[in-house]
Design a protein around this ligand. Structure first.
Ligand SMILES: Cc1cc2nc3c(=O)[nH]c(=O)nc-3n(C[C@H](O)[C@H](O)[C@H](O)COP(=O)(O)O)c2cc1C
Length: 369
């Protein structure tokens, strides 16, 4: 159904179906991203990102509802231990890239081995006979230490559970406590418009959409600033000792990559060419593997193509002179090899997806600074 009503502001409104999950599949509903900390049965810490986490004052003044899959580590750990911590981490490219990693289903220990977050002990004392409370995220802006009271029943919804948590303690970093009390600048927390899959989650960044891997995707942006100012911004951001990427900004060209100690074969690079227009600078961007890796892949494709072509020509010659044209098999073999090489490139892109996000977020942060 797509009823339209004219809007004085240009675009017409379109009616969307109001059904299950309307806040994700029929609208852009701003939601938080919290790292839910729990303990596995062996006491090991687990962190997983969750957005469906809302205050529920109709249950109790300190109540929150958290929706998780019933078979998630988080749900099982909360139901077993009765405890969880909700850490609100700042919206930085590196943290958001790691959120996508932690949101990928799989063994908790494997994901935690890739976590960039430092864990700090809970402020809650372990009650006699109870499990040790889960850790909190040291980098968080604020943490809610929560309990699932023994007498509260989670509400099932399909394969999910709504867990009615109670906030036992709120920990706010002193800088933000000061901002809250004096009306100062608030922290920049990430906003999620809906979880779709670990590689396809929409955050509120202007142009950041986590797409499935594509080979050397291009993008274009127009920024209402002269190219020179933008290049100067990149130069300043790259000179910052805490900068999460490396690169160079010269004249009308910015090149960005992943710092050497984190670089792998699949690590991406971003190339930005800037041109001045009447509205400001136009940025033509391209995300791709390191030029050496790209050249290697092109070389492989070229070798396979020439071998296939050579084989086909030889096969045709065999056929003309009445010999069995077995060399014609070179054509399907070459096609198979092309598909294999392209598949390997796509898999490599998937492996570098969190670094792609880091580079794109750095570009947006620098432009929006
Ligand atoms: C930004 C983001 C938000 C997410 N929000 C939710 C959510 O609200 N509910 C949910 O069930 N899964 C959500 N996920 C997916 C879980 O994080 C994912 O299933 C994860 O593997 C669960 O880990 P666990 O088994 O350790 O709990 C989200 C993932 C991301 C990246």
């Amino acid at each position: 159904m797509a009823e339209s009503a004219p809007s004085p502001l240009g675009d017409a409104f379109e009616a969307m179906p109001v059904g299950p999950g309307f806040f994700q599949n029929a609208s852009f509903f701003p939601m938080p991203i919290v790292l839910v900390g729990t303990r596995e049965p062996d006491g090991a810490p687990n962190l997983a990102p969750y957005s469906l986490c809302f205050p529920a004052p109709h249950l109790a003044p300190d109540a929150l509802l958290l929706r998780c899959r019933a078979d998630s580590h988080t749900a099982r750990n909360v139901l077993r231990s009765g405890m969880a911590t909700l850490s609100f981490v700042p919206d930085t490219p590196a943290f958001m890239a790691n959120v996508a990693v932690l949101g990928t289903p799989g063994p908790a220990a494997e994901r935690m081995a890739r976590s960039v977050f430092a864990l700090a002990p809970s402020t809650r004392a372990a009650s006699a006979g109870a499990e040790e409370p889960p850790d909190i995220v040291a980098e968080a802006v604020q943490v809610f230490e929560c309990r699932l009271p023994g007498d509260s029943a989670p509400t099932p919804e399909g394969e999910d559970l709504w867990l009615p948590l109670r906030v036992e303690a709120i920990l706010l970093k002193s800088r933000w406590r000061h901002a809250l009390q004096t009306g100062g600048e608030p922290p920049r927390l990430p906003v999620d418009y809906g979880f779709r899959a670990p590689t396809a989650t929409w955050l509120s960044r202007r142009t950041t959409r986590y797409d499935a891997p594509r080979l050397r995707p291009r993008f274009q942006l127009t920024v209402p600033l002269p190219a020179e100012t933008i290049v100067a911004r990149f130069r300043r951001a790259l000179a910052d000792p805490g900068c999460p990427v490396t690169g160079a900004a010269t004249m009308k060209h910015v090149q960005l990559g992943i710092p050497a100690h984190e670089r792998t074969t699949w690590s991406p690079t971003v190339d930005l060419m800037l041109t001045d227009t009447e509205e400001g600078a136009r940025l033509h961007g391209r995300i791709g593997p390191h030029p050496h890796v790209w050249t290697f892949f092109l070389g492989l494709h070229a070798v396979v193509a020439f071998s296939g072509l050579g084989g086909v020509m030889y096969g045709l010659a065999q056929w003309v002179i009445g010999e069995p044209p077995w060399a014609l098999w070179a054509a399907p073999v070459a096609l198979g090899l092309h598909a294999f090489i392209a598949g390997a490139a796509f898999i490599g892109q998937g492996l570098g997806a969190d670094q792609v996000h880091r580079l794109r977020a750095f570009v947006e942060d620098t432009l929006g600074a």
